[in-house]
Design a protein around this ligand. Structure first.
Ligand code: SIN
Ligand code: CO
Length: 369
């Protein structure tokens, strides 16, 4: 998939550094999604979708879900659906091909459908992205330019002065990797589906805010504010200096360890996006029957489940998974592979999976589709 490079070479030479074009890298991309499925998903209330068109007045951005008639018509437009891997096992399988990059960075697969001439304009993204052609031909022009001026008053970021330096006609199976901030402009030459495997990079401000919220529930500072030396005042509305100094000294005692950072980060990065909902199994089995069934068929993670592990701790969908030393190894394997076969499922492991099965985070393998 990486044009003869090992994952190690790709990470050292291209990741976050320079683009890579690989013709015919992912032949199975064509089978991931067809136009009908994509347009169906754009009408689905649980899928995040957008439609982008260029009108005489400028660019137009509409948010889904759409009605079928909004997706008809032949003018040049693009419909984009985020997170198709939550709906389509084939898209999940494509995402997992990028498992040489930590799941802590992996985001989702977006699919875009463009009619001839359609595209989202010249722009840059803040994330690493693998653009994989699934249908038709898209001409990608790319540029290392540092001039980032945007066209003013547009509902999406369009570069004002895009100057193409390289151009690739991407056909089904072709892959183009772009590092964050690399300018690109894709135009559909015919009916065209492009898949984007995207990576996430939280902003430092978001990390700090989320970490402090996480810490807020754990901070332990015993005692109560006290001021035995408080002096009488004739300006009672003025904040006492001694109080400010005393509270500053108390707050300096709020501390966290590297272990707090570890636990926060794995929990935060395994948190599903806000719109994600898990469904409890229909005809829920009791624990004994679940263990028996799991040991007969194996289990698979729900397509929406995010699972990470770190130093013997396992995190699933934003929660630490309290597991015993007996089960931790199998759960880490489940997190990596996203399934466990019947042979791997010893009874204590299957029993440990029962609450996740009840919550809809894990399914019996036979029921995964
Ligand atoms: C598209 O697929 O049309 C846009 C993807 C991108 O430019 O990131
Ligand atoms: Co882009």
């Amino acid at each position: 998939m990486l044009g003869g490079r090992t994952p190690q070479q790709f990470m050292a030479e291209h990741w976050q550094k320079r683009p890579l074009f690989v013709p015919d890298a992912v032949p199975e991309a064509a089978a991931v999604i067809d136009v009908e499925t994509l347009l169906d998903l754009a009408q689905h209330p649980e899928a995040e979708s957008r439609k982008i068109s260029q009108t005489q007045q400028g660019w137009q951005l509409d948010q889904g879900p759409f009605r079928a008639r909004q997706l008809a018509g032949r003018q040049a437009w693009t419909v984009l659906v985020q997170g198709i891997n939550h709906f389509l096992p084939e898209a999940d399988a494509l995402l997992r091909r990028f498992g040489f990059i930590t799941y802590a960075r992996l985001d989702d697969v977006m699919a875009s459908y463009a009619t001839p001439g359609g595209g989202v304009g010249p722009h840059y993204d803040s994330y690493d992205v693998f653009l994989i052609q699934a249908r038709g031909t898209r001409r990608w022009e790319i540029s290392a330019q540092t001039d980032r001026d945007l066209v003013p008053n547009q509902p999406l970021k369009i570069m004002a002065d895009f100057r193409a330096q390289e151009s690739f006609d991407c056909r089904p199976g072709d892959l183009l990797y772009l590092p964050p901030g690399y300018a690109h402009h894709g135009v559909a030459l015919d009916d065209c589906i492009t898949l984007s495997v995207g990576f996430r990079a939280p902003s430092n401000a978001e990390l700090a805010r989320e970490f402090l919220l996480w810490m807020a529930e754990r901070v332990e500072l015993p005692g109560l504010y006290a001021d035995p030396n408080l002096a009488a005042t004739d300006r009672p509305a003025a904040m006492p200096e001694a109080m400010v100094a005393s509270v500053a000294a108390t707050l300096a005692g709020v501390a966290w360890s590297a272990d707090d950072v570890r636990r926060f980060l794995a929990q935060f990065l395994s948190e599903p996006k806000p719109h994600v909902v898990f469904e409890a199994p229909e005809d829920e089995l009791n624990e004994r029957d679940f263990v028996r069934a799991a040991r007969a068929s194996g289990v698979a993670l729900d397509l929406q489940t995010l699972m990470l592990y770190d130093q013997g701790r396992v995190y699933c969908n934003g929660e630490p998974w309290l597991c015993s030393p007996q089960t931790v190894e199998a759960l880490c394997r489940l997190a990596d592979l996203r399934y466990l076969t019947a042979d791997e499922l010893e009874a204590p492991v299957a029993a440990a999976l029962y609450p996740a099965y009840q919550a809809g985070h894990v399914h019996l393998a036979a029921a995964v589709d």
